[in-house]
Ligand binder design. Structure first.
Ligand SMILES: Cc1ncc(C[n+]2csc(CCOP(=O)(O)OP(=O)(O)O)c2C)c(N)n1
Ligand SMILES: [Mg+2]
Length: 450
């Protein structure tokens, strides 16, 4: 009996030695026993070494200290909003001046104006029934340009849908925007998506998908892959404050911190999720407080100040890469536009409120004032750029409208490597239906199937 027990013990210790997890568990038990014997001046295991000296040392909250006060804590200090420019386009604190040069500023400003022009024309195109849907970006131009300017082309972008300016800044052409919105034969998505669901392999911009929040865990996965490949890049993940109510948001933030993934979570807090104002969306201190809750480096920035957004994103990117950690940026702004062409915001907010915002704090005007003070911009340049941009957008618009739609057969391809029998069957049925009712299913506007 004794010898069989001995041999079992030998076997166990051999197994433990061979099995690192068992060995680690044994080591932990030994150090716990040591801790009990000689507390409080014990040599503690690695994570405990960082624990609060006078704290209870529970592994679930290592830094907590004892208190004899029984009290709830609802909120710590409200996070401040970082800004560089005031409403008149003046640098508030010279130490915060990013010292951008004229070429940088002109590119940023011109892209803002081009975005406004494209929005105006495509919004009208939808009203005239020429495209099926559209979403404008008015009021959020600085969040797009400031963040895009701080990124590199090898950074992977995951957008929500209201970030057309980011794509434009990276070099997506007006033709490419138009082809997508017109779902024509040149659209990279082959006409299978609603307008504004852009994507670009070349520009490292993942294709937009409608279900809110899905891009957040995907971005963490991409960032984790970047880290494993030892690439000095980040995954940049844009989302609205409304999307932060999705479960995917929470899963993504926790996954990002625990895997130390270099992802930037960039929240555009524009005050609304369609008709739901932020006052009905949450009770905490915006979205930023949630980053802190997940133990993440977090900052809040004035999203209408392009220089502040630029500096904040630069800092976040640097931190994420150097420390291999996620960062959350909450950019505060205001959605001047209706949510989309399917929305009339006057049903849930006053027109006056919108007009007040436009007059009081327009990100484009604010940056223009800064540029004018530098002598980099004036009315003549403004008129010339607006005229040229309008011409370019209208020409691209007319061209895209004339192009054929993608071939009907494209409806059935690209999901599977080889089209499976049930889809072949559906394709046959569709062709039969189209042949039977040619007046209802005209393919005149479609490119022929190859
Ligand atoms: C999972 C899911 N639920 C609901 C919707 C419908 N929906 C589309 S946009 C939107 C509001 C999102 O608001 P926010 O994230 O703040 O972005 P914003 O439109 O303000 O830029 C909603 C509810 C959706 N697309 N997906
Ligand atoms: Mg919103």
């Amino acid at each position: 009996m004794a010898s069989s027990l001995r041999s079992a013990a030998t076997l166990l210790s051999r197994t433990a030695a061979a099995h690192p997890r068992l060995a680690a568990r044994r080591a932990l038990a030994t150090s716990a026993a040591r801790l009990q014997a000689s507390a409080p001046e014990v040599v503690v295991s690695a994570p405990l070494a960082h624990a609060a000296a006078d704290g209870p040392k529970f592994p679930g909250a290592l830094h907590s200290k004892y208190t004899h006060e029984l009290a709830f804590i609802k909120q710590s200090a409200v996070l401040p909003t970082y800004r560089v420019l005031d409403q008149d386009g003046q640098i508030v604190d010279a130490a915060q001046d990013p010292h951008v040069d004229e070429a940088w500023a002109v590119k940023v400003y011109k892209t803002m104006v081009t975005l406004n022009t494209m929005d105006m024309i495509l919004y009208e195109a939808q009203r005239q029934g020429r495209i099926s849907f559209y979403m404008t970006n008015y009021g959020e131009e600085a969040t797009h340009m400031g963040s895009a300017a701080a990124l590199e082309l090898d950074d992977i972008i995951f957008g929500q849908y209201r970030e057309a300016g980011v794509l434009m800044y990276r070099g997506f052409t007006i033709d490419e925007f138009m082809n997508q919105c017109y779902s024509n034969v040149h659209d990279y998505g082959k006409g299978r998506q609603m307008p504004v669901h852009y994507g670009s392999n070349k520009l490292n911009f993942q294709t937009i998908s409608s279900p809110l929040g899905t891009q957040l865990p995907q971005a963490v996965g991409a960032a984790y892959a970047l880290k494993r490949a030892k690439k000095p890049n980040v995954a940049m993940c844009y989302f609205g404050e409304g999307a932060a109510s999705e479960g995917d948001f929470h899963a993504a933030l926790n996954m990002a911190t625990t895997t130390n993934s270099p992802v930037l979570f960039f929240c555009r807090n524009n005050g609304f999720a369609i008709s739901t104002p932020v006052s009905d969306q949450y009770r905490g201190d915006g979205i930023a407080a949630r980053g802190i809750g997940y133990g993440m480096h977090t900052l809040r920035v004035d999203g209408n100040d392009v220089l502040a957004v630029y500096r904040a994103t630069q800092l976040a990117r640097k931190h994420a890469i150097e420390h291999s950690e996620p960062v959350l940026i909450e950019a505060m702004t205001y959605r001047v536009s209706h949510h989309s062409t399917s929305d009339d915001s006057s049903a849930y907010r006053s027109k006056r409120e919108v007009e007040d915002w436009k007059a009081r704090d327009n990100p484009v005007t604010r940056f223009r004032k800064y540029m004018e003070a530098k002598g980099w911009w004036d009315q003549a340049k403004e008129d010339k750029h607006k005229k040229e941009t309008r011409k370019t957008v209208l020409a691209a618009f007319a061209k895209a409208e004339r192009e054929p739609k993608p071939p009907v057969v494209d409806l059935f391809t690209d999901v599977y490597d080889t089209v499976p029998p049930h889809l072949r069957e559906q394709e046959k049925e569709l062709h039969a239906l189209m042949a039977k009712y040619p007046d209802h299913y005209s393919t005149a506007a479609y490119a022929p199937s190859k």
